[in-house]
Design a protein around this ligand. Structure first.
Ligand code: ADP
Ligand code: MG
Length: 296
């Protein structure tokens, strides 16, 4: 494409809220054949809400579990952490500060509260602290997950005290967008998520994404992208979080969903979408194809 066509394309895109950072990206995005979507905040709204709190310890009730979890998550920037904190505030619980806290990307948070370790996160996080879940707890978790909900386990010291389930809405135009992408010749559409397999499968099914890679830490998302790139696929990764930044960097084209996008994701990406509207993705492809068609 001519430099003039590329410049014009970048200008057109920016007026539509699609920020293309280089001429190279403007051309490359029209040639992709594989799109990998992050789940939370990309396919879903990324504004999960607490739907249920289940106490699994005699010494705790819903509120005491929510309180401990919200103290642990008080400074978390993760949508799941924010959902827990918001629920506690809504219930007028007095959420004090944790003595210490540590975020484990893709796993959850660990905090020190009243000199006891409180963990909020998935099985992998609990395993790090040598906390095991009973079959009974695992069954409850699986049931919620199969409904597309995400379950966080709450542990104090070495025992699970409760479960917090959250639900996140699928974005309004997700189904249409996936269908449109399939129609415009995108061969493989993938869902990459740190969330568990059951939840991921349920969400993927609802939007007709066929390839699901669940339980992926940031580096795992990179490996999936690399696998496709080794097969000579031209891969576009679309994500919004810190946990997506390495995958955005390695892919042929990285696209950050802007409105909710963390700074690091936006910085690493080749293209930033200023809104969280998924229909910008087929639009972005069309604009690039138009620019490419000026090659003679
Ligand atoms: P995604 O790839 O869907 O954006 P993440 O990689 O951010 O998801 O998170 C993966 C999983 O790690 C979550 O589903 C949850 O189980 C756990 N997790 C991550 N951050 C937190 C947190 N702040 N509090 C509790 N659990 C968390
Ligand atoms: Mg995300």
């Amino acid at each position: 494409a001519t430099p003039t066509a590329i410049m014009a394309g970048i200008g057109n895109a920016s007026r539509k809220g699609i920020l293309i950072k280089s001429g190279e990206a403007m051309e490359k995005v029209g040639r992709i054949d594989t799109i990998a979507f992050d789940k939370t905040g990309t396919i879903t709204n990324g504004k999960p809400e607490v739907v249920e709190i289940v106490a699994v310890s005699q010494n705790h009730n819903e509120d005491s579990i929510l309180l401990l979890a919200s103290i642990a998550e008080k400074f978390s920037e993760h949508p799941l952490g924010k959902a827990i904190y918001a629920k506690a505030v809504q219930k007028s619980l007095a959420v004090s500060d944790p003595q210490e806290f540590k975020i484990d990307l893709g796993l959850g948070v660990r905090a020190l509260i009243d000199n006891k370790t409180v963990s909020v996160g998935n099985y992998k996080l609990l395993a790090l602290n040598d906390v095991a879940a009973s079959e009974e707890i695992k069954d409850i978790v699986t049931t919620y997950e199969s409904q597309g909900k995400t379950v966080m386990l709450v542990a104090q010291s070495n025992a699970i005290i409760g479960l917090i389930t959250v639900a996140d809405r699928i974005k309004p135009r997700a189904c249409e967008t996936i269908q449109q992408l399939k129609n415009t010749g995108i061969k493989d559409i993938l869902l990459l998520t740190g969330d568990n397999r059951n939840t991921a499968l349920s969400i993927a099914k609802q939007v007709a994404i066929d390839n699901v890679y669940a339980g992926q830490l940031p580096q795992g998302k990179v490996s999936v992208i690399e696998k496709y790139m080794k097969e000579n696929k031209k891969v576009c990764m679309i994500g919004d979080g810190i946990n997506d930044a390495p995958a955005l960097a390695i892919s042929n084209i990285g696209v950050a969903m802007g409105a909710l996008g963390t700074d690091i994701a936006v910085e690493t990406a080749d293209i930033a979408l200023m809104s969280d509207d998924l229909s910008k993705i087929p639009e972005m492809l069309m604009l690039s194809k138009k620019v490419l068609s000026t090659i003679t």
